[in-house]
Structures are given as C-alpha cells and as structure tokens.
Design a protein around this ligand. Structure first.
Ligand SMILES: [Zn+2]
Length: 138
C-alpha cells in the first residue's frame, strides 16, 4: 500500500531546516536551503524544497519531491558532487523529516571525507573513486 501524500507545511520544513543550521536562498523561484561544511565552506549541502517563498509548490504533484544534494562552490559556480535519493511527500511529516535528515547527514559526512581528499591543481577536491576533479577541469 502506498503511503498517503502529505504536502508538508512549508513553514514547518523551513523552521526545521533553520534549526539544523541551514540558510535559505532562492533559485529559479524555488526556496533552497544551504549549509556549508565546517571543514571546507566550498562544500555545501543543499535542500530543494520545491516551494516558492510563499510556500506554494513550484513543481507539479509527483515531481514535488524534496531533493538533497552536495555541491562544490568556487568562483561563483556550483558543481554537483553527490545527490541523495529523492524524498517523496508521503507518510507523516515526522517520517519525511527523518528521511531528509538521514540523506543530509550522509551527504554532510561525504563532505567531511571530501574535505580531506586529494586536490586537483585548481584547488578543488578530487573524487576518491575516479580521481577526477569535482569541478571537472581534470
Ligand atoms: Zn580542478
């Protein structure tokens, strides 16, 4: 049986993310919460709320999952580093928050590892498995 759709009150999500140390920004009308890694500020965990600043959905139902990813930011550009599984709006709000939390913790832990990783000549970390620069310059 599919879990019941739960729109998740935007205010509740916003204040929960702020309590976890995240700060809001707006990207293409969508409110995105960000938290920089404490070892390396260029590594940023981002949470895409799929809502605008009024709490109104900017993506249609079924595409309105909450997305969590890790980016590397340098010279005003963001480069995708890792993506977590999307968090569908189903089940209790508590259960949804708990899924967001486990995804963001995993990405934050990944950032901790990456902060100590080998560097590319450009100064950015390299992925451990492929050895490629997260900025894709080498
Ligand atoms: Zn590089």
């Amino acid at each position: 049986m599919a879990a019941k759709f739960n729109p998740v009150p935007f205010e509740a999500l916003a204040s929960w993310l702020v309590a976890k140390g995240f700060e809001p920004s707006v990207q293409n009308r969508e409110v995105v919460y960000e938290r920089a890694n404490h070892h390396e500020a260029g590594l940023v965990v981002r949470v895409f709320t799929s809502c605008n600043t009024k709490g109104v959905a900017v993506r249609p139902r079924a595409k309105d999952a909450i997305r969590v990813c890790l980016v590397y930011r340098a010279d005003g550009e963001s480069h995708g580093v890792a993506k977590a599984k999307r968090i569908n709006r189903c089940g209790t709000t508590e259960a949804i928050f708990s899924r967001i939390y486990s995804r963001m913790r995993a990405l934050y832990a990944g950032a901790n590892v990456m902060a100590k990783a080998d560097r590319c000549g450009c100064g950015a970390p390299r992925w451990q498995d492929s050895g490629r620069c997260v900025r894709r310059c080498a």
